[in-house]
Ligand binder design. Structure first.
Ligand code: 13P
Length: 248
């Protein structure tokens, strides 16, 4: 059975006290569930001192240490009590010019440190319009992820986040999500094998909220969600959690 996973990507939101309170509220319903909170890194240390869901960093540098002003390393993140990272988020790709090559270095660095990875992929609108979305997304995975061996891949979950759906209120339909998730799973099956493909959790992200979560999570190949805006309020994140874990 694949793990159901729900991840909150808080992005560059919430002040320290707000993050602290939201985390505590989420902790009241996260017990025995696979929930990750990708908080601003500044707060990781404090959050790790509270009993609650797993915490992770939204970004890091692939080098171990050194003269990289403003960057943080995986060892530093681990020293703050977090062992999970997001890699390949479209905002990192688009705004900070992280390409598939750089993302591969990040994947290797995180694997070496035995971090859990949520690897994000997804196509921009023009690629979707030109009907090349499947090839585009599979190429992202091939260039940054599929060099891992079977054992290394056990640390990885994949998040499909169509860029045109992120923060736009425009969600992929359940059919669109299922189509891509199935294609991703088939590509894992081709590169590795069916057992590996069946074991990897593939999350959907992009305007997933309390209203559409149940429909998206009902798709056979959607194993959870990576939630942005709707993870910033405990009430909506709780409803999304209930949708995933069948508590509605
Ligand atoms: P929204 O849920 O705000 O669309 O953001 C999705 C996302 O980018 C999560 O990583």
């Amino acid at each position: 059975m694949r793990k159901k996973i729900l991840a909150a990507n808080w992005k560059m939101n919430l002040l320290r006290d707000e993050a602290f309170h939201l985390y505590k509220e989420i902790a009241t319903f996260s017990d025995s569930k696979e929930i990750f909170i990708f908080s601003p890194s500044l707060y990781l240390s404090e959050l790790s001192s509270i009993d609650g869901p797993k915490i992770g960093a939204q970004n890091f540098h692939f080098e171990k240490f050194g003269a990289f002003t403003g960057e943080i390393s995986l060892d530093q993140i681990a020293s703050c009590g977090a062992n999970s990272v997001l890699i390949g988020h479209s905002e990192r790709r688009q705004i900070f010019n992280e390409n598939n090559e750089v993302l591969k270095l990040k994947v290797d660095a995180a694997i070496e440190k035995d971090f859990d990875i949520i690897f994000c992929c997804g196509e921009p609108l023009e690629i979707r319009k030109s009907q090349n979305h499947v090839e585009y997304v599979i190429e992202q995975l091939k260039e940054s992820l599929f060099h891992l061996d079977v054992l290394q891949l056990k640390n990885v979950s994949i998040a499909y986040e169509p860029i045109w759906a992120i923060g736009t209120g425009l969600t992929a339909t359940a059919e669109q999500a299922e189509e891509m998730h199935l294609e991703i799973r088939n590509s894992i099956s081709h590169v590795y094998n069916v057992e590996v493909a069946d074991s990897i959790s593939i999350l959907y992200g992009g305007s997933c909220n309390e209203k559409n979560a149940l429909e998206l999570f009902s798709c056979p190949n959607v194993d959870g969600g990576l939630i942005g805006g709707a993870s910033l309020k405990a009430s909506s994140f709780k409803e999304i959690t209930n949708a995933l874990y069948g508590l509605h």
